[in-house]
Design a protein around this ligand. Structure first.
Ligand SMILES: Cc1cc2nc3c(=O)[nH]c(=O)nc-3n(C[C@H](O)[C@H](O)[C@H](O)COP(=O)(O)O)c2cc1C
Length: 154
């Protein structure tokens, strides 16, 4: 069984809806389970002990929410322990910019995680298409986590 962490922040609920669709996609893959956590209830141990991770945030001033950034700041010292984990990102915004997604994806690079698919940017209330895209993203992430778990460690 692989554990996929869906780590997100949400104030008015839109990013949370996307996070739940990611989790639905994860759970649709046999052998994968989703752990959906709002970032202010998560610890770096959640990051260390998962097999893959999806990061979600609202767009705040063309960047991720401060609490997401704070989580990455706290995780700096465990960077080596998470390197290589399959990862994706998703964001919710009020306008037309993908800057918040890019800020999360820069963290994926900084932590030397493996970005396994392009992220989802949802604007305004999440559409059915956004939810479908998130479900697919969750599915892809879970499949990559399973593939990685099957490769024997050297
Ligand atoms: C402090 C703050 C800053 C924001 N800055 C932006 C922004 O720069 N660009 C944008 O498109 N939306 C911006 N928004 C709108 C939110 O990103 C948008 O409402 C989002 O869907 C909220 O997600 P949530 O429901 O998960 O909290 C901002 C909202 C807040 C509260």
């Amino acid at each position: 069984m692989v554990d996929v962490l869906v780590l997100y922040y949400s104030r008015s609920g839109r990013t949370e809806v996307l996070a739940n669709s990611i989790a639905e996609g994860v759970e649709s893959v046999g052998g994968a389970s989703a752990n959906v956590k709002r970032v202010d209830y998560a610890t770096v141990n959640d990051f260390i002990y998962c097999d893959a991770v999806a990061f979600g945030s609202p767009n705040y001033f063309s960047y991720m929410a401060g609490l997401m950034k704070d989580f990455f700041d706290k995780a700096l010292s465990i960077r080596e322990r998470v390197a290589g984990k399959p990862s994706v990102a998703f964001t919710s915004g009020g306008g037309g910019s993908d800057a918040a997604l890019l800020s999360l994806e820069r963290m994926i690079t900084s932590f030397r995680l493996e970005k396994v698919a392009d992220g989802v940017v949802s604007q305004g209330e999440p559409s059915r298409e956004n939810l479908r895209a998130c479900k697919k993203l969750g599915e892809t992430l879970a499949k990559k986590a399973l593939e990685r778990a099957e490769v024997p460690k050297a």
